[in-house]
Design a protein around this ligand. Structure first.
Ligand code: ADP
Ligand code: MG
Length: 229
């Protein structure tokens, strides 16, 4: 019954996304069309045409992000579940995302854990899940020059706890209530799809997400994932 509930929840989300996807993609397309029309005019300066091309590229890139995030939600769940060593997995994700942290002047800290923690998960999905949370934490920190994101891994009885703390913008309780709901984003170029997918994934693993946050001070996400033998 629980599985069926998850499946119907997922297809409902997909229906919501599909309904508004056309709308989401139309805006950048309209912008691109407008700028291409302007570019047809021979009399515009090179400086202007460069700028228009730049905007077109940005808009197309945004469309691509929207579509690929949509596909990752909509694509049928391969359910190729493997036994994964979580600590090693998180180290490799930190390697992937460190350039993004550097680019944003954010320090990424990881507190080492000697233990090995095994969970059952789809390797691609779990990677995506951690990237989404860490990426958000980095983006929350761009408001100041001393952004720090720290990642801690713990074992608590039958669960692995991954704790991601940032000293970024934080959230109001209204914002926290909306986390994981589709298209909720406070970013000018956000999609609001990252956490929708992540919350679904973690629940499909019988895990859980807890959040503590304070506006202007920072946020702590605690992800709990059941351990496997
Ligand atoms: P996006 O990153 O595209 O906006 P997400 O689904 O990843 O979409 O996140 C949704 C929203 O949740 C963000 O726009 C932001 O308002 C809020 N959020 C998520 N993580 C954090 C964080 N670490 N600190 C502050 N706000 C956050
Ligand atoms: Mg995000």
């Amino acid at each position: 019954l629980y599985l069926r509930y998850l499946q119907s929840e997922k297809s409902e989300t997909i229906a919501h996304v599909a309904a508004s996807l056309a709308h989401e993609v139309r805006n950048p397309l309209t912008a691109v069309m407008g700028f291409l029309k302007l570019l047809k005019d021979d009399s515009i300066t090179r400086e202007k045409s460069q700028k228009y091309i730049e905007i077109c590229l940005e808009e197309i890139k945004r469309t691509e992000v929207i579509l690929s995030e949509y596909l990752s939600i909509a694509k049928p769940n391969h359910s190729m579940v493997e036994k994964i060593e979580l600590v090693q997995q998180i180290y490799s994700i930190v390697d992937i995302i460190t350039p993004y942290a550097n680019m944003n002047n954010v320090t990424l800290e990881i507190h080492p854990l000697e233990d090995k923690l095994y969970v059952s998960a789809n390797p691609t999905e779990i990677k995506q899940l951690f990237i989404n949370f860490i990426k958000n934490a980095i983006e929350a920190c761009t408001v100041h020059s001393t952004g720090i994101v720290s990642i801690r891994i713990e074992r608590q009885s039958q669960f692995a706890k991954i704790i991601i703390i940032d000293n970024g913008v934080g959230m109001s309780s209204e914002q926290m209530d909306r986390l994981g709901s589709i298209y909720f984003s406070t970013k000018s170029k956000g999609t609001g799809l990252g956490l929708t997918l992540s919350y679904q994934l973690i629940r499909s693993m019988n895990g859980d997400v807890n959040v503590r946050s304070k506006s202007g001070e920072g946020t702590e996400f605690i992800l709990s994932i059941p351990l496997t033998d």
